[in-house]
Every structure is written in structure tokens, then in C-alpha cells.
Design a protein around this ligand. Structure first.
Ligand code: GLC
Length: 514
């Protein structure tokens, strides 16, 4: 059969060749196809660049890193975006990661009178390309922040972000800058760079994860350090200082916060740390999108850190986690005593003033209280002392420990988060996943994610006894096994994945591009 076919084809070809020799072939007409007939061309991916000062799993000090790591992944997974992330190459990025990075080359970055080396490394993971910018003078130090020259360090970083674009031949359609450390990238884009053709169509989105940290400096260093001159001074000047967050809000096409409620709150002086007039003036370009959590990483069914795995449909192992946690922390193993936990930085705006006010009153009840975290030495000392005085009821774990945090999420009954302000907050969502019922103050993302009696308890005013009242209400419901197990089920099955939020970011990007 095969031979016959070949022969036939060869014969046809010979005839065609003869015909062609006689008559010059007419140029082929392009086939006309109707819209229905045409195969759908794959839509080009829209190019997004995240600019941030930290990102999981490489370098983490807080919730910002979690959002950068998981949102970028969720956006790439939609198939609609070419997502890239750029962060500084801090010396705290572990060798196990560094060994995997590829060195792409280096450039020099001009900023005022400085001309600094910038090495560019990259790594691809989960469909996202990560860039790490190297300069040992700025980033070979322990930790990420808290240095006298942070302004200069992040000015270098922000300027380098714009300078690597020609090197990489990657010009994003949306440059998504996060918090004050990346504010200058948006400011430089809309001042020094907007006259260059390749940069003209880059839109800037600025996301505020916490309005408390604004990047404020003396006006004296505006030109010598930030390379911003006379006519642009008005963009960053605020209350006789440089305010980088203010500058980014003025320069960006859109800005957002990490929950809808916080987007409302920052128009109010109570929450805005002085920036409310700027927020109100730019309100027309403000949106709030609630963060999600990495629901694969935080899943009690597979979490290897916890004592025993469980699912919303079978929570029997939750009791094992509780008993083991009590043992580990040296508390009496009591199945029916509610365990209340807090996992938090020990700082005032997380609501510790309220806790300090009522804790001795609360400890008179049949209850156990666990605190994990570090922070102000005043609170650290207070809780250590309390644990010494109430060894049967109080455990103070003054440390940062991921493994222990998961054991606490899984082993406690009630999770307390009475923040004075909370842009989004991730811990209340993680607690829900582990069927630990949050008691929160109605602010920011706590308000948006926790609904009374649906998946937790809430109180409105920043008032210690309002909080105590609601904690006691939760403790009373805890005694009613039927009510409590329904509540645990609803909390554990609340959808806190990134799917929904990623769709909202997608809509926001598209609104900027169209
Ligand atoms: C900041 C906020 C926190 C938020 C996180 C991620 O750390 O304080 O509320 O969850 O950023 O957006």
C-alpha cells in the first residue's frame, strides 16, 4: 500500500511540474476566511511587573511577601499574564535559592551623582519570572529594613527597576509597585522616564499594604539623594518633607489597598497617618481588593507541621492537635477548656493595649491563652511575667517560629485579632482554614473577611470590654458542641483562595490598559 501511494503522489507531482513549465504559476491568492472560519489566535499575554521589597519564599518579613509570592502565581495561572517580579538580592536570601538563580549580567545605575553596579539574576517558578537585583553595598546586610540609608537603598532599587528594562528588553504594560519601598519606581516612571518612547505606555499601579510606613525624608536630600529636581518637587513634597508614598499616589494611574474596607478607612484621619487629604483628592483612582492566602500551603489536610491532619468533613483530629499543643506548651491537657491564641507582632496597633487591659479578668475564667510573637519589649516582658504568674493558663512564646505557629493555628479553639487597624491581615484567614474561630475587631480586611456567626465573632469599637464581651460570647458558644462544630465547618470552608482576588486584579489591570 505504502509503495502505491508514494508512486501515485510522485506521479501527480510530475504532472504538476510539467504544467508549471508550460504556464507561469499565478501568484497565490490569500485565502479569504470569514470571522467564524478563522482559527482563534491565542490572545497575547499582558505584561505585568511586580516591584516589591520582599517575596515568598525567597525573603519574608511579613504579609507583603506572602501577597507578592502568591498573587503573582495566581495571576500567571490564569494564562492571561506574563508576570514577573523584581526584588533586591538581600544577603538573607538563603543559599539553597541563590544556587538556583541564573546570572544574566550587570548594568550601572545612575542616580544623582552616584553610579552604582547592579547585577541581575533570574529564576523561574510556577510560571513567574523573578528578578533579583544585586548590589552588595546596599543589600549585603542582615534583614531588609531599618538602616539609616533605607531611602537611598530603595531609591537605587527603584531606579534600577527602570534601568533593567532595556537590558531585559521587557517593558511591562502595568508596573505594579507595592508600598513605599517601590514608590519611587512609579515616581521616576512618570517624571524622568516618561519622555522615552519605550516607557510611554507603561501604566503604574501602586498598592498600599500599610499606610503607616510612607517613606518620609528631609527635603534637603531631594536632589542629591533621590535625583528629583525643582519642577517635580511638588509631587513628593508633603508637610515640608519628602513623602514617597504621597508621590506614588500622585503619579500612578491607579492605586489600591489590600481590602475594600481599608480603601474607605484611609480617607479618614483616624487611619491615614496624615495622608487622608491626599487619598481623598485621588479617590477617583482608588480600589480595594481583599488579599487571598495560599490555600495549598495552609491546608490542615496536608500540613506536615501539625500533630495530626484533618479536613472540614472530619475534624476529629483537631482534638489531637489541641492536646499535643497543650502538652508541648506545658499547659494542663484539658479537652473542654477553650484555648485562645494570638500570633502577631507584639505592637500596639495589633490591639495589645486592649488585651493588657482585660487579660487578668479573662484569666479568672476556665480558659487557656497562648501568645506567639516578638515585638515591643514592653509587651514581651508583660506576657513573660503573666505566664510566670499563671502557669496553668498562660503560655508566652516570645519568638518567630513558623512550625509552632501552625501547631497553634491547628491546636487552638479561638483566634484573637483585635487590631486597631488592619489593612488586610492574613492570620484570621489562616485560623479559619484550621477551624480556629477568629474574634476580630471590625476594621480593614478583618471586617471584610470575618462575618459574625458565619465564620467568627466581631466587635466594632476599639474598647477592651467590648472585646471581652465578645470573647466570652464565643467561649459560651464553644460549650455548645453542635453550634461550635457548625461554626468550625463554615470557617474552615470559607473561600480565602486567590481565585476571586486574582480576577479582581485582572479586571483592574484591564481597566488600566483599555
Ligand atoms: C501588611 C498589612 C497586613 C496585610 C499585609 C499584606 O503587612 O499590615 O494587614 O495583610 O500587608 O497585604
Amino acid at each position: 500500500m505504502a509503495t502505491t501511494k508514494t508512486t501515485k503522489t510522485a506521479g501527480k507531482a510530475a504532472t504538476a511540474a510539467k504544467t508549471a513549465a508550460k504556464k507561469p504559476a499565478a501568484p497565490k491568492k490569500p485565502k479569504t476566511t470569514t470571522a467564524e472560519q478563522a482559527p482563534a489566535a491565542p490572545a497575547a499575554k499582558r505584561k505585568i511587573l511586580f516591584v516589591a521589597s520582599e517575596c515568598t519564599p525567597y525573603i519574608v518579613t511579613g504579609g507583603l511577601a506572602e501577597v507578592i509570592g502568591s498573587l503573582s502565581k495566581a495571576l500567571a495561572a490564569t494564562g492571561n499574564f506574563d508576570v514577573r517580579v523584581v526584588v533586591p538580592l538581600y544577603s538573607d536570601i538563603k543559599k539553597e535559592y541563590r544556587d538556583k538563580f541564573t546570572y544574566l549580567g550587570n548594568i550601572y545605575v545612575h542616580l544623582a551623582w552616584r553610579n552604582q553596579y547592579c547585577g541581575i539574576f533570574s529564576y523561574e517558578q510556577d510560571g513567574v519570572i523573578f528578578y533579583f537585583l544585586d548590589n552588595e553595598f546596599y543589600f549585603k546586610r542582615p534583614g531588609c529594613y531599618g538602616y539609616f540609608d533605607d531611602g537611598e537603598r530603595f531609591a537605587f532599587f527603584s531606579r534600577a527597576v527602570l534601568e533593567i528594562m532595556p537590558f531585559l528588553n521587557f517593558y511591562p504594560e502595568v508596573m505594579h509597585c507595592h508600598d513605599w519601598q517601590a514608590a519611587l519606581a512609579a515616581i521616576y516612571l512618570k517624571t524622568n522616564y516618561c519622555f522615552r518612547q519605550e516607557y510611554q505606555f507603561i501604566r503604574a499601579l501602586f498598592t498600599i499594604h500599610n499606610i503607616e510606613y510612607q517613606g518620609q525624608y528631609s527635603l534637603d536630600i531631594l536632589s542629591s539623594l533621590f535625583d528629583i529636581y525643582g519642577k517635580y518637587q511638588y509631587l513628593v513634597e508633603y508637610n515640608n518633607s519628602i513623602n514617597l508614598m504621597k508621590g506614588a499616589i500622585e503619579c500612578c494611574e491607579k492605586f489600591s489597598t489590600v481590602s475594600p474596607r481599608y480603601a474607605q478607612e484611609i480617607k479618614d484621619p483616624y487611619y491615614a497617618h496624615g495622608l487622608d487629604p491626599i487619598v481623598r483628592r485621588n479617590e477617583f483612582k482608588l480600589t480595594g481588593i481583599l488579599n487571598g492566602i495560599d490555600d495549598i500551603g495552609y491546608n490542615p489536610q496536608f500540613d506536615t507541621h501539625i500533630f495530626a491532619n484533618f479536613t472540614p468533613d472530619d475534624m476529629s483530629n483537631k482534638a489531637v492537635n489541641k492536646a499535643e499543643l497543650q502538652k508541648m506548651l506545658g499547659l494542663p491537657v484539658k479537652a473542654d477548656t477553650p484555648v485562645i491564641s494570638m500570633i502577631s507582632r507584639l505592637v500596639s496597633h495589633k490591639g495589645f493595649d486592649l488585651v493588657l487591659n482585660i487579660i487578668e479578668e479573662l484569666l479568672q475564667d476556665d480558659v487557656q491563652f497562648v501568645v506567639l510573637g516578638t515585638g515591643d519589649s514592653y509587651y514581651e516582658g508583660f506576657f513573660k511575667d503573666l505566664a510566670r504568674r499563671y502557669p496553668e493558663k498562660m503560655s508566652a512564646q516570645i519568638m518567630f517560629n513558623n512550625d509552632l505557629s501552625r501547631k497553634i493555628y491547628a491546636g487552638s479553639d479561638i483566634f484573637l485579632m483585635p487590631s486597631k487597624s488592619e489593612p488586610c491581615g492574613l492570620s484570621q484567614m489562616i485560623a479559619c482554614r484550621y477551624a480556629t474561630i477568629p474574634v476580630v475587631r471590625e476594621t480593614g480586611g478583618l471586617y471584610d473577611s470575618i462575618k459574625p456567626l458565619e465564620n467568627g465573632y466581631t466587635f466594632t469599637n476599639y474598647n477592651a470590654h467590648d472585646m471581652l464581651y465578645v470573647i466570652r460570647q464565643a467561649m459560651a458558644d464553644y460549650k455548645n458542641k453542635e453550634v461550635w462544630s457548625k461554626l468550625m465547618y463554615r470557617a474552615a470552608t470559607t473561600d480565602f483562595s486567590w481565585n476571586n482576588s486574582a480576577k479582581q486584579y485582572e479586571a483592574l489591570y484591564m481597566s488600566m490598559l483599555n
